[in-house]
Design a protein around this ligand. Structure first.
Ligand code: NAD
Length: 246
């Protein structure tokens, strides 16, 4: 429903990235006023105020947040990176800066894009809900920092004398137009003849969500948070429907 109430001003951290840019487009279609904060300028759009900067820089970030009621956090180093220090710097230390800047700029809602991998410890998961505990042994450094990041954001709920409300949305794999990772990596592996084997009995399932649905889920999370404070401090798994055979 693109006519649903808008007129809010928001900042999309990582709005130059794959998910962030789709979120920007969905927000504009709903008549939100949209600013982007990203370390690189990946597009220009007269309807969008683009702030180039590192989210670890509180001054720069607070300036970009002034007058925003909602902050969507979709920024992260690529999970394909092997730079553990960078994951910690951006996802953990940087998220502390994001929370602090939200307080300074009197932001009302912080919506984090987390990851379903925060509950994955190497065992098969089917039909899971949000009651599952965080993975004790996260599968990699990226996931370890996504867990800490989510915990920090959810703990920040009701900070600033109850003014700041927070929520986390947990997609698993995301696919769709302009995807820089998933589908191109699969196609590349297939081209190089590396897809000619089957792990398990061929009935493995994996969960992917269409990028526009993730963006819609983030907007719904913000809208629910504004209406119902009980949503605050909670994480929500998000998916299209059923997992697909992989
Ligand atoms: P992406 O790499 O396309 O976008 C991330 C954006 O963050 C980039 O534009 C990058 O420039 C920006 N960024 C990185 N470090 C920054 C910094 N220090 N300061 C400011 N901006 C910075 O990735 P994506 O796939 O769009 O992922 C968005 C979010 O969704 C991430 O939090 C990721 O963990 C989460 N997520 C993605 C998937 C997926 O399959 N793509 C699945 C689950 C969760």
């Amino acid at each position: 429903d693109t006519t649903a109430a808008g007129n809010k001003t928001c900042l999309v951290l990582g709005g130059g990235g794959f998910l962030g840019r789709h979120l920007v487009e969905e927000l504009l279609a709903r008549r939100w006023t949209v600013r982007v904060f990203d370390i690189r300028e990946t597009f220009t759009d007269p309807a969008v105020e683009f702030h180039v900067g590192d989210l670890c820089d509180k001054k720069c970030l607070t300036t970009a947040m002034q007058g925003c009621s909602v902050v969507f956090h979709c920024a992260s180093p690529s999970p394909a990176s092997s730079n553990e220090e960078l994951f910690r710097k951006v996802n953990v230390d940087g998220t502390a800066v994001v929370i602090s800047a939200c307080k300074s700029a009197q932001v009302s809602q912080l919506v984090l894009t987390s990851s379903a991998s925060v509950v994955y410890d190497g065992h098969d998961i089917l039909g899971d809900d949000e009651d599952s505990p965080y993975a004790l042994r996260p599968i990699d450094a990226y996931t370890a920092t996504k867990i800490t990041q989510e915990q920090m954001v959810l703990r920040a709920n009701m900070l600033n004398n109850g003014r700041l409300l927070t929520v986390a949305v947990r997609p698993h794999g995301i696919f769709g137009p302009r995807d820089p990772n998933l589908v191109p990596v699969l196609i590349d592996a297939a081209r190089r003849g590396k897809m000619k084997f089957i792990i398990g009995d061929g009935n493995n399932v994996v969960d992917f969500t269409y990028v526009r649905n993730v963006a819609h889920g983030l907007i719904l999370a913000a809208e629910c948070l504004a209406r119902d404070t009980a949503v605050g401090g909670q994480a929500f798994h998000i998916t299209n429907d059923e997992p697909v055979l992989f």
